[in-house]
Each structure stands twice: as structure tokens, then as C-alpha cells.
Design a protein around this ligand. Structure first.
Ligand SMILES: [Zn+2]
Ligand SMILES: [Zn+2]
Length: 312
């Protein structure tokens, strides 16, 4: 399977600000020495060796992750503003059936739906999954006047809604999908995808520490032995204590979970909108340091960023 991140930000779309861009330029200029400017090769070498957080950005679009299965199905997790970017990816004739899974319906997870071109194209078919029986009405409500100019009734008629049950596996083609209810205001559901012996988990908007002890054991069972875990890591430890029951986790709790569950790749996700690239990079460093200090076998940790591709 192949995973592509279209939107990684939590809560609210977060464009790079002029001040943040200027800070990056200032930090780059401060690093330049006369030798770095001596030749074209030296200049290129200088740019290549800059820290990644200075030359790239994790991006500002909200939650949307595509997973292309080995049996050529397109799965999408959440319809945050990142889904609009996915409109421009180009779709082969064989790619006009899209399976869309919702973790929950907070704005940052649904706002991209009315901006996704294919929903208005009758050549596309959508299978939409969630554990909420009124999913269609919820999606339609955000397209009612005065919120949006095109009503849900203008969408492709090939829109099929499927009701899932927590912890009850379903088969879609060759792929097994299981969702699991998580601690979040109003609840959120994580998704586990199993295909050809590989296991991917999408777990956004979950406060790992707020769950009951009994639930925590169930979480571990659900996440166990995943090849890749995309996990809500919005807060620092300080913020978590300032914002109890707000429904989000920290990178350090993600590391602890990954160690306990033998996760192979941990992707920090649902980045806090007030954090710039430098801060998110520092959280990634903390997570790596914390994992190393455990003395346990190493696993891969990344901060999810827009445009990132991962092959499993
Ligand atoms: Zn969210
Ligand atoms: Zn939420």
C-alpha cells in the first residue's frame, strides 16, 4: 500500500505567514559563509545541507490522508482542507471509485468535502464510511445556504453510505478495515487497514491519556504490531495539562504507545495550528530523543508533512 498526506494540520487551516517566511530567510542568510558562495557547486551544496524545516513546510491544510491499496482501491481518511488539493492529483479511469472514511465531523475533518471536484462528477462513485448513521445529513448540512453555494443534491448520485461498528472488521476488496472508538469530545474513530500482511492505522483526534485503564488496554490491542501509525500529536506535555479533555495527545505519549505496541513507523500528525515549522521540528527531535533514551529497539519517527509519500 502507498500512503500520501494531503493535509496534516489540526483544528484549522494554517497558511505560512509572512513573518514565518521572513524568519526562515533570516535564519538561512545567517548561516551563509563566503565559502558557500564561492561557486555554483558550493551554493548548491549549501542549500542541500540546510535543515529541512528551513527549506520546506509541513503545510497548513487540515486532515486528509490517501491510502492506495495493493488491489488498486483508493481509500481516503477524512475530508479536511487537504482534500481540495487531492482534486488536482489526476484520476485514471480505473480510479473513479473513492472510499472515504470519517474519523468524526469536527470542521477540520469535513471542510474539504464541498471543495473536492470529483463529488460533483457523475463519473465518480463514492463509498462513504463512518460509525454515525446520519453521515449524509451531516455532510449535506455544511453545504446548505448560507454556508455554501452548491447543495449536496448537486453531488454525483453515485454516493453510497456505509455504517460501521466499532471493532467489527469489514472486508473491502482484499482489504480488511476495522474502526475503533477513541477518547475525543463527541468521540472520534481510528481506522486500521490490513492488506497482504501489512497493517496501517490512522488515529487522529485522540487523547490517549484521558481514556480509562480498560480502554487503554483496548487501544494497545488495536494498535499492536502496526507497520505504520499516523497519530494525533498536537500538544506539548505542558499544553496537555492545560487542556485536559480537549481530545489530543503529545509526541511523547505517541512514542510510549509505539514502544509498547511494537510500531515500526510513527508519523506525528494533526499539528497544532499555532506551531511553526521550527517548533514542529523541535517536537520531532524530542520524540526521537525520547525513543532513543528508552534503550529499546529503534523505530522510525517522522512529522507528517503535506506531499509526503510512504510505501508499505
Ligand atoms: Zn481535528
Ligand atoms: Zn476533533
Amino acid at each position: 500500500m502507498r500512503i500520501h498526506f494531503w493535509g496534516v494540520r489540526g483544528s484549522l487551516p494554517t497558511p505560512l505567514t509572512n513573518a514565518q517566511l521572513r524568519n526562515k530567510i533570516t535564519a538561512i542568510v545567517q548561516r551563509i559563509t563566503p565559502e558557500d558562495l564561492a561557486s555554483e557547486d558550493a551554493r548548491e551544496n549549501f542549500i542541500q545541507n540546510l535543515p529541512e524545516w528551513l527549506t520546506t513546510t509541513v503545510g497548513g491544510n487540515t486532515a486528509c490522508v490517501e491510502l492506495d491499496t495493493d488491489d488498486n482501491q483508493i481509500f481516503v481518511f477524512d475530508a479536511g482542507s487537504g482534500l481540495r488539493e487531492m482534486s488536482y492529483r489526476g484520476f485514471e479511469e480505473s480510479e473513479k471509485t473513492i472510499h472515504l472514511f470519517f474519523s468524526h465531523f469536527h470542521w477540520d475533518h469535513i471542510m474539504g468535502f464541498p471543495f473536492f471536484g470529483p463529488v460533483y462528477n457523475k463519473n465518480f462513485t463514492f463509498h462513504i464510511y463512518s460509525p454515525w448513521p446520519d453521515t449524509m445529513n451531516i455532510l449535506a448540512a455544511q453545504m446548505e445556504p448560507p454556508y455554501f453555494p452548491a447543495k449536496f443534491s448537486t453531488c454525483t448520485p453515485n454516493m453510497h453510505f456505509h455504517l460501521l461498528e466499532s471493532e467489527k472488521p469489514v472486508k473491502i476488496g482484499d482489504v480488511t478495515v476495522v474502526c475503533k472508538k477513541m477518547f475525543h469530545p463527541g468521540a472520534s474513530y481510528s481506522y486500521k487497514i490490513i492488506e497482504n500482511g501489512k497493517q496501517f492505522v490512522y488515529a487522529t483526534d485522540v487523547e490517549l491519556t484521558a481514556a480509562s485503564d480498560e480502554e487503554k488496554l483496548k487501544y494497545k490491542e488495536f494498535f499492536k504490531n502496526s507497520d505504520m501509525l499516523v497519530l494525533d500529536s498536537q500538544y506539548t506535555i505542558d499544553e496537555l495539562y492545560d487542556k485536559p479533555n480537549w481530545g489530543h495527545s503529545t509526541c511523547c505519549h505517541g512514542v510510549e504507545l509505539a514502544l509498547e505496541c511494537d510500531i515500526k513507523k510513527l508519523y506525528l500528525f494533526h499539528h497544532e495550528p499555532t506551531y511553526d515549522d521550527k517548533k514542529i521540528n523541535s517536537l520531532l527531535k524530542i520524540a526521537k530523543w525520547y525513543a532513543d533514551s528508552s534503550g529499546k529497539p529503534k523505530f522510525e519517527i517522522e512529522a507528517a508533512s503535506e506531499g509526503m509519500d510512504v510505501l508499505l
